[in-house]
Design a protein around this ligand. Structure first.
Ligand SMILES: Cc1ncc(COP(=O)(O)O)c(C=O)c1O
Length: 443
């Protein structure tokens, strides 16, 4: 008899179990958003679980630009960019991004996820190697799995580990090194200068995902690549509009010939509808505001510094973050859920992150801050965190004092395809697909 594809759905009970225990943290419904505050179940909460770093998602000028674009072009483009889905706003935005980032050309994708997937799949071939930081975002890992090239993970932000891998790559293999500019869970900034040096020595292409760094780091928010003055040394800069730009969509940027190739080859660019006029009109306005109002970035950093210091002075471990993403270590998955639930009840909206978003036994409450949070918001958040840590005994918990042991894992995540567990560093066996080449370079 054929396997029943729905059997696993009938057996799946993790989410129902967590709901029954009263701390299911996902799909919380927001009835109204003011950026720094949201309304859920009729109650106002301080939002510290969003990537709206500059508070632009609710900016009336951007909302108006989105409405204007909708009035001019309609609600959607009803087709692929390649065919009937290119409007003048798409071309304008690509030119504006290329000029903002000092690149020859840029190409929009319907999401940042697609931008990574499309570029990696189009640009690599079998026997090429993608060297991937173990803490890279899921869209990069997914992109590596769709790409014909082989994925070779290296230790997070370690140039020694990267060099070790590069040394073993067969001479004829193409190689691409990919990393988040600011890592989405730890908030760490990529250690770009030595990585770029290694890339040059080993003839590798550099690809930096600036999802969490545009609008946050570098002059006028131009990202980590500009922060380090390495724009001429990084061939591909990718970004999203779902964070500082306050909207959705993504892009890659680089040489004109690379973009020309990808726009004719990337399947998730060609076989999907283009970004809606409202999105593109809004993002164009956001880019203008980001450059005209640098005080937003200053406020964001003032708030960020306050929260780094504030959490640490209470006794929380915040890892090595260098950004507005502040991971609050809890350790145990169950306690991270309980912590987030108590936060919500006290009026703070933040989400726990568990494996595979972070390592087993190193569950966090992921917090992220905005330029539009007030001093009062931030003081209140710190007080509430301190109160809940006392209440739950967080600092005395062995799961906190010795994180990294697997305890009481809630497995909400969908099963990972082979390779994903290896990227997060939980598997000693790195020979994905049994490939000798892969095993040789990733040992
Ligand atoms: C580092 C990184 N890259 C890519 C993405 C995907 O972006 P998008 O939300 O536009 O699909 C994200 C989203 O969370 C991200 O954090």
């Amino acid at each position: 008899m054929a396997r029943d594809l729905f059997q696993k759905c009938r057996e799946y009970s993790d989410s129902a179990d967590a709901r029954a225990q009263g701390f299911y943290p996902y799909f919380r419904c927001i009835e109204q958003s003011y950026g720094n505050h949201v309304v859920c179940g009729g109650e106002e909460k301080i939002m510290i679980g969003s990537n709206n770093y500059l508070g632009l998602a609710q900016d009336p000028r951007i909302v108006e630009a989105a409405c204007k674009a909708t009035r001019q072009f309609g609600a959607g483009c009803t087709g692929s960019r390649l065919l009937n889905g290119t409007i003048s706003l798409h071309n304008q935005l690509e030119e504006a991004l290329a000029s903002f980032l000092g690149r020859e050309s840029a190409l929009l994708f319907s999401t940042g996820f697609f931008a990574n997937q499309g570029a990696l799949a189009a640009l690599t071939e079998a026997d090429d190697i993608i060297l991937c930081d173990r803490e890279n975002h899921a869209s990069i890992i997914e992109g590596c799995q769709v790409a014909p090239a082989r994925l070779v993970p290296y230790r997070h932000n370690s140039v020694d580990a990267l060099r070790n891998r590069l040394k073993r790559i067969p001479k004829e293999s193409g190689r691409l090194i990919i990393m988040d500019g600011v890592f989405s869970m730890s908030g760490d900034m990529a250690d770009l200068p030595p990585m770029v040096k290694a890339a040059k020595e080993y003839d590798a292409i550099m690809y930096v995902d600036e999802a969490h760094s545009l609008g946050v780091v570098g002059p006028q928010g131009r990202g980590v690549v500009h922060h380090f003055g390495l724009n001429d040394d990084v061939e591909i800069v990718m970004g999203t509009f779902s964070k500082s730009f306050g909207s959705m969509g993504g892009f890659i940027s680089g040489s004109q010939e690379m973009i020309e190739f990808v726009k004719h080859k990337a399947r998730c660019f060609i076989f999907t509808a283009s970004l809606a006029p409202a999105v593109v009109g809004g993002v164009l306005k956001a880019l203008e505001i980001m450059q005209a109002e640098p005080e937003r970035i200053e406020m964001l950093w003032r708030n960020t510094r306050k929260m780094h210091e504030g959490f640490q002075s209470i006794g929380f471990k915040i890892g090595s973050t260098q950004s507005p993403i502040v991971p609050i270590l809890i350790g145990s998955e169950a306690k991270a859920f309980a912590f987030a639930q108590r936060l919500f009840e006290e009026g703070v909206f933040a989400i726990p992150a568990i494996y595979p978003a972070v390592r087993y036994g190193e569950a966090i409450v992921r917090t992220s801050f905005m330029s539009t949070h007030t001093e009062e918001d931030l003081d209140k958040v710190l007080d509430i965190f301190a109160k809940i840590a006392r209440e739950l005994g967080t600092f005395d918990d062995p799961a906190y004092t010795e994180p990294g042991r697997r305890r009481n894992v809630f497995d909400f995540a969908l099963p990972q395809r082979s390779g994903a567990e290896e990227v997060r560093g939980d598997s000693g066996n790195s020979s994905r697909n049994g490939s000798e080449l892969h095993a040789a370079v990733s040992r």
